[in-house]
Design a protein. Sequence first.
Length: 181
Amino acid sequence: MKPTKQLHQHIIDQCKQNNAKAQMQLYGLYCKAMFSVALRMVNDTFVAEEVMQKAFIKAFKKIDTYKNEVAFGAWLKRIVINQSMDELKKKNTDIIPISKEIMTISEEEENWQIEHEITMEDVKKAMQQLKDKYRIILTLYLIEGYDHQEIAEILNITENTSRTQLLRGKNALKEALKCRL
């Protein structure tokens, strides 16, 4: 049985009062989903677990700032993504090079159709092999559902750079998938 929104809010309210039992309940409700987000971002199980733990600590410290304007899961996911980016920066990963080039994306370039023989598992494995700068953009755009404006804010880049990196990431993913066939 899935907990109701009211129950979630009750647990969140308890967390705002620094109730350790409620914090464990909230952790239990969201830990698997947040681990998946972190893993897609950092591409390393150990680091993803560390990211998730740090993100939950930050969330509990800042839970008073949660105003119920967005779903709690979305608020928490943003913290996990930001924590993931911090970890990648520590690793000195070249996430996104600054690019001033302007690219116009044609309809053909926006086509995300893939061959029928390619499975979702093939796509996930191919994405894991990409450079971080491409994997991160593809993950945020395709899997997490962020648009270019949101990606630009998260990564502190321009929307145009987000589009450019997405296009390059898509092309790198296509090449990686061709090698799998």
